[in-house]
Design a protein. Sequence first.
Lengths: 178, 407
Amino acid sequence: MSDIKYILGSFGDPDEMMHGIEKLQENNISIHDVYTPMPIHGIEAKLGIKRSRIDIAAFCFGITGTCCAFALIYFCAVIDWRVNIGGKPSFALPDFIPIMFELTVLFCAFGMVLTYYASTHLFPGRAPRVMDLRATDDRFVIAVDAKDNVEHTVIDGLLKDAGALEIKYNERKYISYE
Amino acid sequence: MGTHNINFSEQFEFTGKVKTLSIVGIALGIAAVAYGFLAGDKVMHERTFANLLLMAYYFACVCMSGTFFLAVQYVAQAGWSASILRVPQAMAKTLPIAAVILVVIISAGLYTHNLYHHWHADGLTDPNSANYDSIIAGKSVFLNVPFFLGRQVVFLGIYSIFSIMFVKFSYNEDLAGGLNAYRKSFKNACIFLVIYGFTTPIFAFDTVMSLEAHWFSTMFGWYNFAAMWVSSLATIAIILILLRRAGYMQWVNNSHLHNLGQFIFGFSIFWTYVWFAQFLLIYYANMPEETVYFYKRFEYYKFWFFLNLAMNFLAPVLLLMDRDNKRTDAKLLFVSIVVLLGHWVDYYQMIMPGAVEEGHNGFGIIEIGTALGFVGLFTFTVLTSLSKKPLIAKNHPLLQESLHHQL
Protein backbone atom coordinates (compact mmCIF):
# COMPACT_ATOMS: atom_id res chain seq x y z
CA MET A 1 0.00 0.00 0.00
CA SER A 2 1.53 3.23 -1.09
CA ASP A 3 1.23 6.59 0.62
CA ILE A 4 -0.27 8.22 -2.42
CA LYS A 5 -3.50 9.95 -1.50
CA TYR A 6 -4.42 11.79 -4.67
CA ILE A 7 -3.59 11.52 -8.32
CA LEU A 8 -3.63 14.85 -10.11
CA GLY A 9 -3.93 15.15 -13.86
CA SER A 10 -2.82 18.57 -14.98
CA PHE A 11 -4.18 19.86 -18.30
CA GLY A 12 -3.21 22.88 -20.34
CA ASP A 13 -6.56 23.19 -22.08
CA PRO A 14 -10.09 23.22 -20.62
CA ASP A 15 -11.60 21.19 -23.46
CA GLU A 16 -9.03 18.43 -22.97
CA MET A 17 -9.79 18.51 -19.26
CA MET A 18 -13.52 18.13 -19.94
CA HIS A 19 -12.64 15.23 -22.20
CA GLY A 20 -10.57 13.74 -19.37
CA ILE A 21 -13.55 13.98 -17.01
CA GLU A 22 -15.69 12.11 -19.51
CA LYS A 23 -13.08 9.38 -19.89
CA LEU A 24 -12.77 8.86 -16.15
CA GLN A 25 -16.54 8.79 -15.75
CA GLU A 26 -16.91 6.26 -18.54
CA ASN A 27 -14.56 3.99 -16.62
CA ASN A 28 -16.44 4.48 -13.35
CA ILE A 29 -13.55 6.25 -11.66
CA SER A 30 -14.90 8.73 -9.15
CA ILE A 31 -13.44 12.22 -9.36
CA HIS A 32 -12.63 13.93 -6.09
CA ASP A 33 -12.68 17.46 -7.47
CA VAL A 34 -11.56 19.64 -10.34
CA TYR A 35 -9.56 22.87 -9.99
CA THR A 36 -9.51 25.48 -12.70
CA PRO A 37 -8.11 29.00 -12.88
CA MET A 38 -11.34 30.27 -14.42
CA PRO A 39 -15.02 29.33 -14.33
CA ILE A 40 -16.01 26.76 -16.94
CA HIS A 41 -19.54 26.50 -18.30
CA GLY A 42 -21.37 23.27 -17.66
CA ILE A 43 -18.74 21.74 -15.41
CA GLU A 44 -21.04 21.60 -12.39
CA ALA A 45 -23.60 19.59 -14.29
CA LYS A 46 -20.92 17.26 -15.63
CA LEU A 47 -19.44 16.59 -12.21
CA GLY A 48 -22.88 16.30 -10.64
CA ILE A 49 -22.24 19.08 -8.14
CA LYS A 50 -25.33 20.13 -6.25
CA ARG A 51 -26.59 23.68 -6.57
CA SER A 52 -25.16 26.18 -4.12
CA ARG A 53 -27.46 26.83 -1.19
CA ILE A 54 -26.20 30.37 -0.68
CA ASP A 55 -29.52 31.74 -1.90
CA ILE A 56 -31.30 30.06 1.02
CA ALA A 57 -28.69 31.54 3.37
CA ALA A 58 -29.21 34.94 1.73
CA PHE A 59 -32.96 34.73 2.28
CA CYS A 60 -32.51 33.83 5.96
CA PHE A 61 -30.03 36.65 6.53
CA GLY A 62 -32.32 39.06 4.72
CA ILE A 63 -35.36 38.16 6.81
CA THR A 64 -33.24 38.47 9.96
CA GLY A 65 -32.26 41.97 8.83
CA THR A 66 -35.88 42.95 8.20
CA CYS A 67 -36.94 41.72 11.64
CA CYS A 68 -34.01 43.39 13.41
CA ALA A 69 -34.75 46.70 11.69
CA PHE A 70 -38.43 46.49 12.54
CA ALA A 71 -37.68 45.62 16.17
CA LEU A 72 -35.14 48.45 16.44
CA ILE A 73 -37.40 51.16 15.02
CA TYR A 74 -40.46 49.87 16.84
CA PHE A 75 -38.60 49.97 20.13
CA CYS A 76 -37.12 53.42 19.50
CA ALA A 77 -40.04 55.19 17.87
CA VAL A 78 -43.06 53.54 19.46
CA ILE A 79 -42.07 52.14 22.86
CA ASP A 80 -39.08 54.01 24.20
CA TRP A 81 -39.14 57.55 22.84
CA ARG A 82 -42.22 58.76 20.99
CA VAL A 83 -41.56 61.87 18.93
CA ASN A 84 -44.24 63.89 17.19
CA ILE A 85 -43.10 64.17 13.56
CA GLY A 86 -45.48 66.24 11.47
CA GLY A 87 -48.44 65.04 13.51
CA LYS A 88 -48.05 61.48 12.27
CA PRO A 89 -48.75 58.47 14.49
CA SER A 90 -45.67 56.97 16.11
CA PHE A 91 -46.28 53.68 14.41
CA ALA A 92 -46.30 54.91 10.81
CA LEU A 93 -45.31 51.95 8.71
CA PRO A 94 -44.23 53.74 5.50
CA ASP A 95 -41.48 55.49 7.47
CA PHE A 96 -40.16 52.13 8.61
CA ILE A 97 -39.82 50.64 5.16
CA PRO A 98 -36.59 52.36 3.97
CA ILE A 99 -34.77 51.34 7.15
CA MET A 100 -36.13 47.80 6.98
CA PHE A 101 -35.06 47.62 3.36
CA GLU A 102 -31.56 48.90 4.04
CA LEU A 103 -30.93 46.58 6.97
CA THR A 104 -32.23 43.66 4.90
CA VAL A 105 -29.66 44.45 2.23
CA LEU A 106 -26.89 45.00 4.79
CA PHE A 107 -27.52 41.76 6.68
CA CYS A 108 -27.94 39.87 3.45
CA ALA A 109 -24.69 41.15 1.93
CA PHE A 110 -22.54 40.68 5.02
CA GLY A 111 -24.14 37.34 5.77
CA MET A 112 -23.46 36.04 2.29
CA VAL A 113 -19.84 37.19 2.34
CA LEU A 114 -19.27 35.56 5.72
CA THR A 115 -21.03 32.36 4.66
CA TYR A 116 -18.96 32.21 1.53
CA TYR A 117 -15.71 32.76 3.44
CA ALA A 118 -16.64 30.19 6.05
CA SER A 119 -17.57 27.53 3.53
CA THR A 120 -14.46 28.08 1.40
CA HIS A 121 -12.05 28.53 4.35
CA LEU A 122 -10.94 31.92 3.13
CA PHE A 123 -10.99 33.73 6.46
CA PRO A 124 -7.87 35.64 7.61
CA GLY A 125 -5.13 33.65 9.30
CA ARG A 126 -6.02 30.51 7.42
CA ALA A 127 -3.37 29.27 5.01
CA PRO A 128 -5.06 28.66 1.66
CA ARG A 129 -5.43 24.99 0.86
CA VAL A 130 -4.49 24.01 -2.65
CA MET A 131 -3.83 20.66 -4.23
CA ASP A 132 -1.80 22.02 -7.10
CA LEU A 133 -0.45 25.55 -7.16
CA ARG A 134 -0.61 25.82 -10.92
CA ALA A 135 -4.38 25.35 -10.81
CA THR A 136 -4.44 28.95 -9.65
CA ASP A 137 -2.41 30.01 -12.66
CA ASP A 138 -2.59 28.23 -15.99
CA ARG A 139 -3.43 24.57 -15.42
CA PHE A 140 -6.71 22.68 -15.24
CA VAL A 141 -6.40 19.95 -12.65
CA ILE A 142 -8.48 16.82 -12.12
CA ALA A 143 -7.97 15.23 -8.70
CA VAL A 144 -8.74 11.54 -8.25
CA ASP A 145 -8.83 9.88 -4.86
CA ALA A 146 -6.06 7.30 -5.00
CA LYS A 147 -7.26 5.23 -2.03
CA ASP A 148 -10.69 4.59 -3.51
CA ASN A 149 -9.42 3.92 -7.03
CA VAL A 150 -6.60 1.45 -6.75
CA GLU A 151 -5.60 0.87 -10.33
CA HIS A 152 -3.29 3.82 -10.65
CA THR A 153 -1.81 2.86 -13.98
CA VAL A 154 -5.27 2.78 -15.55
CA ILE A 155 -6.01 6.25 -14.25
CA ASP A 156 -2.64 7.51 -15.46
CA GLY A 157 -3.30 6.06 -18.87
CA LEU A 158 -6.75 7.61 -19.15
CA LEU A 159 -5.51 11.04 -18.11
CA LYS A 160 -2.54 10.85 -20.48
CA ASP A 161 -4.82 9.77 -23.34
CA ALA A 162 -7.08 12.72 -22.73
CA GLY A 163 -4.11 15.05 -23.04
CA ALA A 164 -2.82 15.60 -19.52
CA LEU A 165 0.53 17.38 -19.62
CA GLU A 166 1.62 16.11 -16.25
CA ILE A 167 0.53 13.51 -13.66
CA LYS A 168 1.28 14.14 -10.02
CA TYR A 169 0.95 11.97 -6.97
CA ASN A 170 0.18 13.81 -3.77
CA GLU A 171 1.00 12.14 -0.50
CA ARG A 172 -0.69 14.90 1.41
CA LYS A 173 -4.08 16.13 0.47
CA TYR A 174 -3.17 19.80 0.36
CA ILE A 175 -0.01 21.68 -0.19
CA SER A 176 -0.13 25.24 1.02
CA TYR A 177 1.87 28.38 0.57
CA GLU A 178 4.58 27.99 3.12
CA MET B 1 -30.56 20.69 -27.54
CA GLY B 2 -28.22 20.56 -30.49
CA THR B 3 -27.60 23.70 -32.42
CA HIS B 4 -26.80 22.00 -35.70
CA ASN B 5 -30.37 21.38 -36.81
CA ILE B 6 -31.62 24.97 -36.68
CA ASN B 7 -33.60 26.15 -39.63
CA PHE B 8 -32.22 29.63 -40.17
CA SER B 9 -35.02 30.59 -42.51
CA GLU B 10 -37.84 29.51 -40.19
CA GLN B 11 -40.70 31.95 -40.51
CA PHE B 12 -43.76 32.57 -38.42
CA GLU B 13 -47.06 31.99 -40.17
CA PHE B 14 -49.75 34.31 -38.96
CA THR B 15 -52.96 32.43 -39.71
CA GLY B 16 -55.77 30.52 -38.09
CA LYS B 17 -57.19 30.99 -34.63
CA VAL B 18 -54.76 33.67 -33.48
CA LYS B 19 -55.50 35.87 -36.46
CA THR B 20 -59.26 35.41 -36.08
CA LEU B 21 -59.10 36.14 -32.36
CA SER B 22 -57.02 39.27 -32.82
CA ILE B 23 -59.49 40.60 -35.38
CA VAL B 24 -62.38 39.74 -33.05
CA GLY B 25 -60.53 41.66 -30.33
CA ILE B 26 -60.20 44.73 -32.56
CA ALA B 27 -63.91 44.50 -33.47
CA LEU B 28 -64.88 44.27 -29.79
CA GLY B 29 -62.70 47.28 -29.06
CA ILE B 30 -64.31 49.34 -31.80
CA ALA B 31 -67.76 48.27 -30.58
CA ALA B 32 -66.95 49.25 -26.98
CA VAL B 33 -65.59 52.65 -28.02
CA ALA B 34 -68.60 53.25 -30.28
CA TYR B 35 -70.88 52.32 -27.38
CA GLY B 36 -69.04 54.78 -25.15
CA PHE B 37 -69.40 57.63 -27.63
CA LEU B 38 -72.93 56.98 -28.85
CA ALA B 39 -74.72 55.75 -25.74
CA GLY B 40 -73.25 58.03 -23.13
CA ASP B 41 -73.28 61.64 -22.07
CA LYS B 42 -70.31 63.99 -21.57
CA VAL B 43 -69.06 62.02 -18.56
CA MET B 44 -69.16 58.80 -20.55
CA HIS B 45 -67.23 60.46 -23.39
CA GLU B 46 -64.53 61.49 -20.96
CA ARG B 47 -64.33 57.98 -19.62
CA THR B 48 -64.06 56.53 -23.12
CA PHE B 49 -61.33 58.99 -24.02
CA ALA B 50 -59.48 58.18 -20.81
CA ASN B 51 -59.60 54.50 -21.70
CA LEU B 52 -58.43 55.17 -25.24
CA LEU B 53 -55.57 57.26 -23.89
CA LEU B 54 -54.67 54.54 -21.39
CA MET B 55 -54.50 51.77 -23.94
CA ALA B 56 -52.87 53.87 -26.67
CA TYR B 57 -50.23 54.99 -24.19
CA TYR B 58 -49.73 51.40 -23.03
CA PHE B 59 -49.47 50.21 -26.64
CA ALA B 60 -46.92 52.89 -27.57
CA CYS B 61 -44.91 52.33 -24.38
CA VAL B 62 -44.65 48.57 -24.88
CA CYS B 63 -43.52 49.08 -28.47
CA MET B 64 -40.97 51.80 -27.69
CA SER B 65 -39.58 49.74 -24.85
CA GLY B 66 -39.07 47.02 -27.43
CA THR B 67 -36.77 49.48 -29.20
CA PHE B 68 -35.17 50.28 -25.86
CA PHE B 69 -34.57 46.54 -25.34
CA LEU B 70 -32.83 46.35 -28.72
CA ALA B 71 -30.69 49.39 -27.94
CA VAL B 72 -29.71 48.05 -24.52
CA GLN B 73 -28.66 44.73 -26.04
CA TYR B 74 -26.52 46.48 -28.66
CA VAL B 75 -24.89 48.89 -26.23
CA ALA B 76 -24.17 46.17 -23.69
CA GLN B 77 -22.94 43.98 -26.57
CA ALA B 78 -25.06 41.28 -25.03
CA GLY B 79 -24.78 37.91 -26.69
CA TRP B 80 -27.51 35.97 -24.93
CA SER B 81 -30.34 37.80 -26.67
CA ALA B 82 -29.04 37.61 -30.25
CA SER B 83 -31.39 34.77 -31.21
CA ILE B 84 -34.56 36.35 -29.78
CA LEU B 85 -34.09 39.86 -31.19
CA ARG B 86 -36.74 39.39 -33.88
CA VAL B 87 -39.49 39.63 -31.25
CA PRO B 88 -38.54 43.10 -29.91
CA GLN B 89 -37.80 44.07 -33.51
CA ALA B 90 -41.39 43.23 -34.44
CA MET B 91 -42.53 45.40 -31.54
CA ALA B 92 -40.22 48.23 -32.62
CA LYS B 93 -41.55 47.98 -36.16
CA THR B 94 -45.07 48.48 -34.79
CA LEU B 95 -44.12 51.67 -32.95
CA PRO B 96 -44.93 54.07 -35.85
CA ILE B 97 -48.51 52.71 -35.94
CA ALA B 98 -48.83 52.99 -32.16
CA ALA B 99 -47.38 56.51 -32.26
CA VAL B 100 -49.88 57.69 -34.86
CA ILE B 101 -52.78 56.22 -32.87
CA LEU B 102 -51.57 57.88 -29.66
CA VAL B 103 -51.13 61.29 -31.29
CA VAL B 104 -54.56 61.07 -32.94
CA ILE B 105 -56.26 60.15 -29.65
CA ILE B 106 -54.42 62.87 -27.75
CA SER B 107 -55.28 65.56 -30.30
CA ALA B 108 -58.90 64.43 -30.52
CA GLY B 109 -59.24 64.44 -26.73
CA LEU B 110 -57.50 67.77 -26.47
CA TYR B 111 -59.59 69.61 -29.07
CA THR B 112 -62.91 68.14 -27.93
CA HIS B 113 -62.02 69.07 -24.32
CA ASN B 114 -62.39 65.49 -23.18
CA LEU B 115 -58.76 65.09 -22.16
CA TYR B 116 -56.38 67.61 -20.57
CA HIS B 117 -59.26 69.96 -19.81
CA HIS B 118 -57.46 70.72 -16.59
CA TRP B 119 -55.00 72.95 -18.43
CA HIS B 120 -56.71 73.40 -21.79
CA ALA B 121 -59.90 75.43 -21.44
CA ASP B 122 -61.07 78.93 -22.22
CA GLY B 123 -59.70 81.72 -20.05
CA LEU B 124 -57.46 79.60 -17.84
CA THR B 125 -54.47 81.80 -18.59
CA ASP B 126 -56.34 85.10 -18.94
CA PRO B 127 -56.06 87.21 -15.76
CA ASN B 128 -59.35 88.98 -16.53
CA SER B 129 -61.35 85.81 -16.98
CA ALA B 130 -63.52 84.16 -14.34
CA ASN B 131 -61.78 80.87 -15.13
CA TYR B 132 -58.32 82.31 -14.47
CA ASP B 133 -56.00 79.80 -12.78
CA SER B 134 -52.69 81.32 -11.73
CA ILE B 135 -50.93 77.94 -11.39
CA ILE B 136 -51.91 76.87 -14.89
CA ALA B 137 -51.00 80.34 -16.19
CA GLY B 138 -47.57 79.93 -14.64
CA LYS B 139 -47.12 76.61 -16.40
CA SER B 140 -48.51 77.77 -19.73
CA VAL B 141 -45.07 78.44 -21.17
CA PHE B 142 -44.61 74.69 -21.19
CA LEU B 143 -48.19 73.42 -21.20
CA ASN B 144 -49.69 75.06 -24.25
CA VAL B 145 -51.29 73.22 -27.13
CA PRO B 146 -48.76 73.77 -29.97
CA PHE B 147 -45.72 73.02 -27.81
CA PHE B 148 -47.47 70.04 -26.19
CA LEU B 149 -48.47 68.43 -29.48
CA GLY B 150 -45.11 69.35 -30.99
CA ARG B 151 -43.29 67.51 -28.20
CA GLN B 152 -45.49 64.45 -28.65
CA VAL B 153 -44.85 64.34 -32.38
CA VAL B 154 -41.11 64.98 -32.05
CA PHE B 155 -40.53 62.41 -29.30
CA LEU B 156 -42.61 59.67 -30.87
CA GLY B 157 -41.13 60.54 -34.27
CA ILE B 158 -37.56 60.19 -32.99
CA TYR B 159 -38.34 56.88 -31.29
CA SER B 160 -40.03 55.62 -34.45
CA ILE B 161 -37.13 56.62 -36.69
CA PHE B 162 -34.65 54.81 -34.46
CA SER B 163 -36.96 51.77 -34.30
CA ILE B 164 -37.14 51.55 -38.06
CA MET B 165 -33.36 52.01 -38.30
CA PHE B 166 -32.54 49.16 -35.91
CA VAL B 167 -34.93 46.83 -37.71
CA LYS B 168 -33.54 47.81 -41.10
CA PHE B 169 -29.94 47.25 -39.99
CA SER B 170 -30.84 43.79 -38.80
CA TYR B 171 -32.62 42.89 -42.05
CA ASN B 172 -29.65 44.17 -44.06
CA GLU B 173 -27.39 42.05 -41.88
CA ASP B 174 -29.41 38.97 -42.90
CA LEU B 175 -28.57 39.64 -46.53
CA ALA B 176 -25.05 41.03 -46.37
CA GLY B 177 -23.52 39.56 -43.22
CA GLY B 178 -20.40 41.08 -41.75
CA LEU B 179 -19.98 43.47 -38.87
CA ASN B 180 -21.16 46.62 -40.61
CA ALA B 181 -24.76 46.45 -39.45
CA TYR B 182 -23.74 45.57 -35.91
CA ARG B 183 -21.37 48.54 -35.67
CA LYS B 184 -24.00 50.90 -37.01
CA SER B 185 -26.59 49.49 -34.59
CA PHE B 186 -24.16 49.97 -31.71
CA LYS B 187 -23.48 53.58 -32.60
CA ASN B 188 -27.13 54.45 -33.09
CA ALA B 189 -28.12 52.57 -29.95
CA CYS B 190 -25.76 54.78 -27.92
CA ILE B 191 -27.35 57.92 -29.37
CA PHE B 192 -30.84 56.52 -28.92
CA LEU B 193 -30.34 55.62 -25.26
CA VAL B 194 -29.20 59.15 -24.40
CA ILE B 195 -32.18 60.68 -26.19
CA TYR B 196 -34.58 58.13 -24.75
CA GLY B 197 -33.30 58.57 -21.21
CA PHE B 198 -33.81 62.32 -21.28
CA THR B 199 -37.09 62.41 -23.18
CA THR B 200 -39.21 59.57 -21.70
CA PRO B 201 -39.76 61.40 -18.39
CA ILE B 202 -40.97 64.45 -20.32
CA PHE B 203 -43.11 62.20 -22.49
CA ALA B 204 -44.69 60.74 -19.34
CA PHE B 205 -45.13 64.20 -17.78
CA ASP B 206 -46.96 65.35 -20.90
CA THR B 207 -49.11 62.36 -21.63
CA VAL B 208 -50.14 61.29 -18.14
CA MET B 209 -49.06 63.72 -15.45
CA SER B 210 -50.54 66.78 -17.16
CA LEU B 211 -54.01 65.25 -16.73
CA GLU B 212 -53.74 66.68 -13.23
CA ALA B 213 -51.80 69.78 -14.11
CA HIS B 214 -51.73 71.33 -10.64
CA TRP B 215 -49.85 68.42 -9.22
CA PHE B 216 -46.30 67.49 -10.12
CA SER B 217 -43.70 64.95 -9.15
CA THR B 218 -40.18 64.67 -10.54
CA MET B 219 -40.24 60.93 -9.84
CA PHE B 220 -43.17 60.49 -12.17
CA GLY B 221 -41.06 60.10 -15.30
CA TRP B 222 -38.95 57.30 -13.90
CA TYR B 223 -41.99 55.68 -12.37
CA ASN B 224 -43.53 55.52 -15.84
CA PHE B 225 -40.28 54.41 -17.40
CA ALA B 226 -40.12 51.48 -14.97
CA ALA B 227 -43.72 50.58 -15.71
CA MET B 228 -43.29 50.62 -19.49
CA TRP B 229 -40.00 48.75 -19.42
CA VAL B 230 -41.20 45.94 -17.17
CA SER B 231 -44.45 45.54 -19.10
CA SER B 232 -42.50 45.35 -22.33
CA LEU B 233 -40.21 42.67 -20.90
CA ALA B 234 -43.28 40.71 -19.81
CA THR B 235 -44.69 41.04 -23.33
CA ILE B 236 -41.46 39.74 -24.87
CA ALA B 237 -41.51 36.79 -22.47
CA ILE B 238 -45.14 35.98 -23.27
CA ILE B 239 -44.55 36.13 -27.03
CA LEU B 240 -41.45 33.93 -26.78
CA ILE B 241 -43.13 31.32 -24.59
CA LEU B 242 -46.22 31.12 -26.78
CA LEU B 243 -44.13 30.92 -29.96
CA ARG B 244 -42.06 28.15 -28.44
CA ARG B 245 -45.21 26.28 -27.46
CA ALA B 246 -46.55 26.64 -30.99
CA GLY B 247 -43.43 24.89 -32.27
CA TYR B 248 -41.42 27.90 -33.40
CA MET B 249 -38.05 29.11 -32.10
CA GLN B 250 -36.99 25.81 -30.56
CA TRP B 251 -33.52 27.27 -29.96
CA VAL B 252 -34.92 29.40 -27.13
CA ASN B 253 -33.94 27.48 -24.03
CA ASN B 254 -34.70 27.84 -20.35
CA SER B 255 -31.66 30.05 -19.84
CA HIS B 256 -33.11 32.68 -22.16
CA LEU B 257 -36.32 32.56 -20.14
CA HIS B 258 -34.26 32.74 -16.97
CA ASN B 259 -32.66 35.96 -18.19
CA LEU B 260 -36.02 37.49 -19.05
CA GLY B 261 -37.37 36.32 -15.69
CA GLN B 262 -34.48 38.03 -13.93
CA PHE B 263 -35.20 41.19 -15.89
CA ILE B 264 -38.90 41.10 -14.95
CA PHE B 265 -38.05 40.34 -11.33
CA GLY B 266 -35.45 43.09 -11.08
CA PHE B 267 -37.44 45.77 -12.82
CA SER B 268 -40.59 44.95 -10.85
CA ILE B 269 -38.55 45.74 -7.77
CA PHE B 270 -37.23 48.86 -9.47
CA TRP B 271 -40.80 49.88 -10.27
CA THR B 272 -41.77 49.41 -6.61
CA TYR B 273 -38.72 51.35 -5.51
CA VAL B 274 -39.64 54.31 -7.67
CA TRP B 275 -43.34 54.07 -6.82
CA PHE B 276 -42.51 54.03 -3.13
CA ALA B 277 -39.93 56.80 -3.41
CA GLN B 278 -42.64 59.01 -4.89
CA PHE B 279 -45.20 57.95 -2.29
CA LEU B 280 -42.97 58.21 0.78
CA LEU B 281 -41.70 61.71 0.08
CA ILE B 282 -45.21 63.02 -0.46
CA TYR B 283 -46.50 61.18 2.60
CA TYR B 284 -43.65 62.42 4.74
CA ALA B 285 -43.67 66.05 3.67
CA ASN B 286 -47.47 66.11 3.90
CA MET B 287 -47.93 69.22 1.76
CA PRO B 288 -51.53 69.68 0.58
CA GLU B 289 -50.62 70.48 -3.02
CA GLU B 290 -48.75 67.19 -3.25
CA THR B 291 -50.90 64.88 -1.13
CA VAL B 292 -53.95 65.65 -3.24
CA TYR B 293 -52.75 63.05 -5.72
CA PHE B 294 -52.69 60.21 -3.22
CA TYR B 295 -55.75 61.51 -1.41
CA LYS B 296 -57.83 61.01 -4.54
CA ARG B 297 -56.43 57.58 -5.17
CA PHE B 298 -56.85 56.48 -1.60
CA GLU B 299 -60.40 57.80 -1.26
CA TYR B 300 -61.90 56.74 -4.57
CA TYR B 301 -59.56 54.04 -5.86
CA LYS B 302 -58.54 52.19 -2.72
CA PHE B 303 -59.08 48.73 -4.18
CA TRP B 304 -57.05 49.54 -7.30
CA PHE B 305 -54.37 51.21 -5.21
CA PHE B 306 -53.63 48.01 -3.28
CA LEU B 307 -54.30 45.70 -6.22
CA ASN B 308 -51.60 47.64 -8.09
CA LEU B 309 -49.01 46.88 -5.41
CA ALA B 310 -50.08 43.26 -5.10
CA MET B 311 -49.88 42.57 -8.83
CA ASN B 312 -46.76 44.54 -9.65
CA PHE B 313 -44.69 43.95 -6.55
CA LEU B 314 -45.83 40.99 -4.49
CA ALA B 315 -46.64 38.67 -7.39
CA PRO B 316 -43.34 38.95 -9.30
CA VAL B 317 -41.21 39.09 -6.16
CA LEU B 318 -42.74 36.05 -4.51
CA LEU B 319 -43.24 33.99 -7.65
CA LEU B 320 -40.01 34.80 -9.48
CA MET B 321 -37.62 34.74 -6.54
CA ASP B 322 -36.93 31.05 -6.98
CA ARG B 323 -34.51 30.10 -9.74
CA ASP B 324 -36.61 27.18 -10.97
CA ASN B 325 -39.70 29.35 -11.38
CA LYS B 326 -37.86 31.64 -13.78
CA ARG B 327 -36.86 28.60 -15.82
CA THR B 328 -40.32 26.99 -15.94
CA ASP B 329 -42.22 28.43 -18.85
CA ALA B 330 -45.71 27.94 -17.34
CA LYS B 331 -44.79 29.91 -14.22
CA LEU B 332 -42.96 32.65 -16.11
CA LEU B 333 -45.93 32.93 -18.46
CA PHE B 334 -48.29 33.27 -15.50
CA VAL B 335 -46.20 35.97 -13.81
CA SER B 336 -45.74 37.84 -17.10
CA ILE B 337 -49.50 37.94 -17.63
CA VAL B 338 -50.03 39.12 -14.04
CA VAL B 339 -47.43 41.87 -14.51
CA LEU B 340 -48.97 42.93 -17.82
CA LEU B 341 -52.46 43.14 -16.29
CA GLY B 342 -50.92 44.77 -13.23
CA HIS B 343 -49.52 47.60 -15.28
CA TRP B 344 -52.91 48.14 -16.81
CA VAL B 345 -54.12 48.65 -13.22
CA ASP B 346 -51.11 50.91 -12.65
CA TYR B 347 -51.95 53.12 -15.64
CA TYR B 348 -55.65 52.96 -14.76
CA GLN B 349 -55.12 54.62 -11.42
CA MET B 350 -52.58 57.04 -12.89
CA ILE B 351 -54.99 58.26 -15.56
CA MET B 352 -58.57 57.84 -14.34
CA PRO B 353 -58.64 60.19 -11.30
CA GLY B 354 -57.35 63.05 -13.45
CA ALA B 355 -59.38 62.37 -16.55
CA VAL B 356 -62.77 61.33 -15.20
CA GLU B 357 -64.85 63.21 -12.66
CA GLU B 358 -64.96 61.72 -9.22
CA GLY B 359 -67.61 59.09 -8.79
CA HIS B 360 -67.99 58.52 -12.53
CA ASN B 361 -65.10 56.16 -12.96
CA GLY B 362 -65.79 52.51 -13.18
CA PHE B 363 -64.83 49.18 -14.55
CA GLY B 364 -67.13 47.83 -17.19
CA ILE B 365 -67.74 47.31 -20.87
CA ILE B 366 -65.67 50.30 -21.97
CA GLU B 367 -62.60 49.38 -19.92
CA ILE B 368 -62.61 45.70 -20.90
CA GLY B 369 -63.62 46.38 -24.50
CA THR B 370 -60.96 49.02 -25.12
CA ALA B 371 -58.30 46.84 -23.54
CA LEU B 372 -59.33 43.86 -25.67
CA GLY B 373 -59.34 46.04 -28.75
CA PHE B 374 -55.79 47.20 -28.19
CA VAL B 375 -54.58 43.72 -27.27
CA GLY B 376 -56.07 42.53 -30.55
CA LEU B 377 -54.44 45.39 -32.40
CA PHE B 378 -51.08 44.72 -30.77
CA THR B 379 -51.28 41.00 -31.54
CA PHE B 380 -52.32 41.66 -35.11
CA THR B 381 -49.68 44.28 -35.93
CA VAL B 382 -46.78 42.67 -34.07
CA LEU B 383 -47.42 39.16 -35.39
CA THR B 384 -47.89 40.51 -38.90
CA SER B 385 -44.49 42.17 -38.84
CA LEU B 386 -42.99 39.10 -37.13
CA SER B 387 -44.23 36.87 -39.94
CA LYS B 388 -42.53 38.97 -42.63
CA LYS B 389 -38.95 37.89 -41.92
CA PRO B 390 -37.16 34.80 -40.58
CA LEU B 391 -37.43 34.31 -36.83
CA ILE B 392 -33.67 34.37 -36.31
CA ALA B 393 -31.14 37.01 -37.30
CA LYS B 394 -28.83 34.49 -38.88
CA ASN B 395 -25.85 36.79 -39.42
CA HIS B 396 -25.83 38.43 -36.00
CA PRO B 397 -22.16 38.27 -34.92
CA LEU B 398 -23.02 37.03 -31.41
CA LEU B 399 -25.55 34.44 -32.53
CA GLN B 400 -23.53 31.41 -31.50
CA GLU B 401 -23.21 32.76 -27.98
CA SER B 402 -26.96 33.02 -27.81
CA LEU B 403 -27.58 29.55 -29.21
CA HIS B 404 -25.24 28.06 -26.59
CA HIS B 405 -26.53 30.30 -23.85
CA GLN B 406 -26.43 28.60 -20.49
CA LEU B 407 -26.83 29.96 -17.02
